[in-house]
Design a protein around this ligand. Structure first.
Ligand code: C5P
Length: 235
């Protein structure tokens, strides 16, 4: 059944989904790889559309797949699909440009985090609504982390207590994200990084293990298992 978005919601969600997915092995754009028989992008959009504050969803698709992605998402939720760019930042910029007037909170969410629950979308949006310019979901880092040289020699051990692994959706006051993208010089791997570069403050909220990024074949196997319902996982 097609989800209805909330016309009075104050949140637009951008979903960059134009990556090649090289680390997942051969098989086409990552967002279109199947998880439980459906593309990752379908899973991600379905969960975003369940979040009651969301009024608008804009997906940046691989340029060659825009029509295909439109057809794919039509039964899932009302979604605007635009062609993505050469890197993630360009894809986000293209999606941002397609957000209609209205929503003053913009979230950026990777299609690869296909199992992200709607509750995380809401908690990030709520923190922006409460007055924060930029909000990111994070998890503590559990591995010991070392800095290493190009020839694999350890240079030092990083204090893990001050490290956090960053997920999406990342949330922004709309004007802050627009300004950060306008000022961007080098491509970064996340949007909060652009806000940091422009001197803004970025605030953390607790992330979710279900928001794992499906990057490598092992991640896909884990996500299949989580989706199968054979295991019960209450984060
Ligand atoms: O490359 P990475 O796995 O970090 O990509 C994160 C997200 O950015 C993915 O959802 C991917 O589809 C998206 N992306 C994009 N346009 C690109 C490259 C990546 O929308 N040119």
């Amino acid at each position: 059944m097609t989800a209805q978005l909330n016309p009075r919601g104050d949140v637009a969600v951008l979903v960059p989904a134009a990556g090649a997915g090289v680390r997942l092995g051969p098989g086409g754009p990552k967002a279109l790889r199947l998880l439980g028989g459906e593309p990752l992008l379908v899973h991600a959009v379905r969960r975003v559309a369940e979040a009651p504050s969301v009024a608008v969803i804009v997906v940046a698709a691989p340029a060659a797949d825009v029509d295909h992605v439109r057809r794919l998402l039509a039964p899932v939720a009302p979604v605007t699909v635009v062609p993505g760019g050469a890197d993630r930042q360009q894809s986000v910029a293209a999606a941002l440009a397609a957000v209609p007037a209205g929503p003053q909170i913009v979230l950026v969410h990777d299609a690869a985090r296909a199992l992200t629950p709607a509750t995380l979308v809401e908690s990030v949006a709520a923190r922006v609504r409460a007055g924060h310019d930029a909000v990111i979901p994070v998890l503590p880092v559990t591995d010991t982390v070392k800095e290493v040289s190009a020839d694999d020699v350890v240079l030092g051990t990083v204090d893990r207590s001050v490290l956090r692994a960053v997920q999406t959706p990342q949330g922004f006051r709309r004007s802050v994200l627009v300004a950060a993208h306008a000022a961007a010089v080098d491509p970064l791997t996340d949007d909060a990084g652009l806000v940091e570069k422009s001197g803004g403050t970025v605030t953390c909220v607790p992330g979710s293990e279900l928001a794992l990024k499906i990057t490598r074949p092992f991640d896909l196997m884990l996500a299949e298992h989580l989706l199968s319902g054979r295991v019960r996982f209450d984060p």
